[in-house]
Ligand binder design. Structure first.
Ligand code: SF4
Length: 285
């Protein structure tokens, strides 16, 4: 399929992608499989090449994961949620944001980042020439913890499979973790966001290497001007990271890389009528 290029400008840079509706560029999915390791995580064994999926296949598979998640009872949060907040946005996005957990507004509406933190996220996206439907936004937990308390480790462990499958299917080039919880989960260590924000690194998530870019959670920036300033500065580097394209993929090694469910480590840190239909929750697909 030939489509007109889609150009996303920001911070004086332009990211150009093939496909008028953010169809992913024809990145070679596994071209460097035996040419060297760039991932900071442990190398992984000879995995089969990831499947090449069309945009339509990707959307359908993602909807299938959502259908599983919306009835999920894997952790006690299903007792108190109103709606499973699966995440939404562009299933073909190069840029993915991963926050902490739904809040009250998100729980009610079934969409991520719809409150004040979401408005700030939208504002920052606009500053780099992007919109919400250019990206995919999800959370570490798909259900709201009561009273917006911090997620519990057992909840993160129970829920991480959905996040892993989202990343696998969307195949983002850049993942921005928002705040401590998603940063610690995807980096598999307990280093806090105040030390890591704005420091991009290459990490292996599932079968692929991605550019992982920890940012302060927008909710933390709402009431602290210095945090907002840091978040904005970090945010403005996103186009630069996208312009780098996907990182080199690691080659096969003998030692297995741990799955995400093995990577759950000490997770501690700060936060973020009727169930929406799939078409509404995934309305931007
Ligand atoms: S938080 Fe995740 S694991 Fe727990 S019930 Fe919701 S979807 Fe299932």
């Amino acid at each position: 399929m030939t489509a007109s290029p889609n150009r996303i400008s920001g911070a004086g840079r332009v990211v150009e992608r093939a496909g008028g509706s953010l169809t992913p560029p024809h990145y070679p999915l596994w071209p460097l499989a035996n040419t060297g390791v760039v991932a900071l995580g442990r190398p992984f064994p000879g995995l089969p090449s990831p499947p090449v999926r069309s945009s339509a296949e990707r959307r359908e598979l993602l909807k299938g994961v959502y259908e599983e998640a919306r009835g999920c009872v894997r952790c006690p949060l299903h007792h108190t949620r109103t709606t499973v907040v699966f995440g939404n946005g562009n299933a073909n996005a190069d840029l993915m944001f991963i926050g902490e957990a739904p809040g009250a507004n998100e729980d009610r509406m079934g969409l991520p980042f719809v409150g004040q933190a979401g408005k700030l996220l939208d504002k920052l996206l606009a500053e780099i020439g992007m919109e919400r439907n250019d990206v995919f936004v999800a959370n570490t937990l798909k259900c709201r913890p009561p009273d917006n308390r911090d997620p519990h480790p057992n909840e993160i462990e129970a829920c991480q499979e959905y996040l892993r499958r989202q990343v696998d299917l969307i195949e983002p080039t850049v993942i921005c973790t928002l705040g401590n919880f998603s940063t610690k989960l995807l980096r598999a260590d307990s280093t806090g966001i105040s030390r890591l924000h704005g420091r991009a690194e290459i990490r292996v998530i599932g079968p692929r290497a991605v550019r992982l870019y920890p940012l302060y959670h927008p909710a933390a920036a709402l009431y602290t001007s210095s945090t907002l300033e840091a978040l904005r500065m970090d945010f403005h580097r996103i186009p630069e990271l996208l312009a780098l394209g996907p990182p080199e993929q690691p080659r096969a090694f003998e030692e297995p890389i741990p799955e995400l469910d093995e990577l759950l480590v000490e997770i501690q840190g700060p936060a973020g009528a009727g169930e929406a239909e799939p078409a509404a929750q995934l309305g931007l697909f």
